[in-house]
Ligand binder design. Sequence first.
Ligand code: UFG
Length: 337
Amino acid sequence: MTKTIVTGGAGFIGSHTCVELLAAGLEPVLVDDLRNSDERVLRGLAEITGRQPVLHRIDCGDADALDRVFAAERPGSVIHFAADKAVGESVQHPVKYYHNNIGSLVTLLRVMDTHRVKDLVFSSSCTVYGNSGQLPVTEESATGEAASPYGYTKVVCERLLRDASAADASLRAVLLRYFNPVGAHPSALIGELPIGVPNNLVPFITQAAAGLRDKLTVFGNDYHTRDGSCIRDYIHVVDLAKAHVLALQWIAKQKAPVCEVFNLGTGEGNTVLEAVRTFEEVSGVKVPYVIGPRRAGDVPAMYADTAKSLKVLGWRTQLTLADALRDAWRWQLALAK
Ligand code: UFG
């Protein structure tokens, strides 16, 4: 069976993707130094799948260590999740973000080249669309104006992959632009592990509902949207994970070199206040919240056109925002145990 190196495989999206890879009969090999995860995720993975995937506990920016992993495992493909992802932190520490996110991709591409590994799925983000005037955004919408250093690292990585694939006719790359990944595995055995105070909406909602935070601040209710709060395309992490399996299978079928981009969203936008209300409905718990000022860098609205992912990959979401919020809540409750 060909192995797939999964960098960041113990992370939020990485761990859910490992579950789906195993379910599809593929063999993930995790490369993760657990800086943003912990042993709980590995235990959860084993419990869900009945398998204990191999983990190489290294920094994937460490070229020598990564080279040794490739030499030992002889993988056929790579999914590259490992990256720093906190938008606010990237504004405070831009050099760290450019170094880690771009440096690790450069290192990975070099090691892949040495070992003649040509198939790559890369985690990108809808942040590359910046404040797109036209909604929903398609893969052809303008990119390049991100709102944060984190966002620019994704813009640069995408560009790097396009340049690399133009120069190397055997590289087969798929760039997946995630919208807002939320939720957790329905087993409540794996999920997101925010460090400190969550920056993202859903972990903040679940922590506020659990009494771990005083109250949620809704960042702005004066946008030109149906209730004044921002609109996002919240996608269940299990749906997102499944798209990675389809992307790998699609790459394997390509005869010609590819560098293809896909949006991964539901195609629907929900406001912050709608997400809060939906959470209250599925959990039966009130979320204490106040309206605060807008957050710097937030775009008023963002949601995906998903026609290309459906047509080419045969992928569409099967789970709803309510499913995602129910699963996020179950994960929050499981964390408290
Ligand atoms: N929000 C609040 N209160 C909070 C947290 C968030 O009102 O405490 C609002 C935000 O203002 C935004 C929405 O909830 O309107 C979603 O915010 P998140 O921080 O959860 O997600 P973002 O859309 O800001 O960020 C996500 C990813 C980033 C990516 C970005 C691209 O987390 O990695 O989309 O737009 F860069």
